[in-house]
Design a protein around this ligand. Structure first.
Ligand code: FPP
Ligand code: MG
Length: 260
C-alpha cells in the first residue's frame, strides 16, 4: 500500500503533464468557436458498470466538468451541453428528482469562487423553459447565473429543460410581439434565440455520445451548413480527451483544407 502510493502519484503527474502538452499543441491550430455536447448514455454506462442510474448521471457530471475544462484550455469560446430535455420529465420521479437535486447542488458549486467558471472567466446561461423547474432549482439557477454574469471570456450554455422546437417557438413569439410591421427576418429570430444571451458564436461542432445518431431536438436552428456533426460510440461518463482529440483534428483538417 505504502509502496503503491508514489507510483500512483507519478502516474497521475505524467497523465496530467501529457494532457496539458496535448492541449497546448492542439490549441496552436484552428479552434472551434462553439462546441455542443449531447451527453447521452449515462444509464447504459451505469448498467454496464453495475451502478445505480443516479451514479451514472453523477459520473456524467464529472465528464461534463472534464470536457468543459478541456474546451476552455483549448480557448473554445462557447460550450453548450444538453443536460435535460423537456421530454425527460416523462422519466421516473426518482430519476427526475435526482437530476434536479444534482443541478441544485452542482450549479452553484461550479460557479463558486476559484471553481471552474470563475477560474476561466465563463458566463453561465441556463437555457430552456425554466418555469418547468422546481422553485428551489430556479433559485439555484438564478444565483449561479448571477455569480458569473460579469464574465466575458467564454460562455457555457447548460440546456435544461430544453428542446429546440420550444426555443424556436419562443423566439418567433417574441419577434411577433415586438415587431411593428410583422416583417420578421432570419436575423430577428437569431437575436431572439436563448443562445443569443451573451452572444454565442456559430456552432462549429456538435458531438453526440453513446452511438446514437439523432439530434433529439437539440440546437436545430444553430446547426448550420458548416456544423461538423460527430457521433461517438463512447458512453458520456467515459467520454474524455482521447475521444475528443480526433474530433478537433478533423475540424482542423477541414479548416486547413478550406484555406488552401
Ligand atoms: C442522457 O443519458 C443524460 C441525461 C438525460 C442527463 C445528463 C446530465 C448530466 C450529464 C449532468 C448535467 C449537469 C447538471 C448540473 C444537471 P441517458 O439517461 O439518456 O442514458 P441512456 O441513453 O443510456 O438511457
Ligand atoms: Mg439516452
Amino acid at each position: 500500500m505504502f509502496l503503491q502510493r508514489p507510483w500512483a502519484w507519478l502516474q497521475n503527474e505524467i497523465t496530467t503533464r501529457a494532457r496539458n502538452f496535448i492541449l497546448k499543441v492542439l490549441a496552436a491550430g484552428p479552434i472551434p468557436r462553439h462546441v455542443a455536447f449531447v451527453m447521452d448514455g449515462n444509464r447504459r454506462y451505469a448498467r454496464m458498470h453495475h451502478k445505480a442510474v443516479q451514479q451514472g448521471h453523477s459520473d456524467g457530471f464529472v465528464a461534463l466538468r472534464r470536457m468543459l475544462e478541456a474546451c476552455l484550455r483549448l480557448n473554445v469560446r462557447c460550450v453548450s451541453a444538453y443536460a435535460f430535455s423537456i421530454e425527460n420529465f416523462k422519466r421516473s420521479e426518482e430519476e427526475v428528482n435526482a437530476l434536479m437535486a444534482m443541478a441544485e447542488e452542482k450549479l452553484v458549486e461550479l460557479c463558486g469562487h476559484g471553481d471552474l467558471l470563475d477560474e476561466y472567466g465563463v458566463r453561465l446561461n441556463v437555457i430552456g423553459k425554466q418555469e418547468l423547474l422546481p422553485a428551489s432549482v430556479q433559485a439555484a439557477v438564478a444565483k449561479a447565473e448571477g455569480m458569473t454574469a460579469h464574465n466575458t471570456r467564454a460562455i457555457f450554455n447548460l440546456c435544461m429543460p430544453y428542446t429546440s422546437r420550444d426555443e424556436i417557438t419562443t423566439a418567433v413569439q417574441k419577434c411577433v410581439r415586438e415587431s411593428k410591421d410583422c416583417c420578421i427576418s432570419e436575423k430577428d429570430i437569431d437575436a431572439a434565440l436563448m443562445t443569443s444571451l451573451g452572444g454565442s458564436p456559430p456552432l462549429d461542432i456538435l458531438v453526440r455520445t453513446s452511438g446514437v445518431k439523432r439530434l433529439s431536438d437539440f440546437l436545430l436552428w444553430q446547426c448550420c451548413e458548416d456544423t461538423q456533426l460527430q457521433f461517438s460510440s463512447t458512453y458520456w461518463p467515459d467520454f474524455g480527451l482521447f475521444d475528443f482529440i480526433p474530433i478537433i483534428l478533423d475540424y482542423q483538417r477541414k479548416v486547413w483544407s478550406k484555406s488552401r
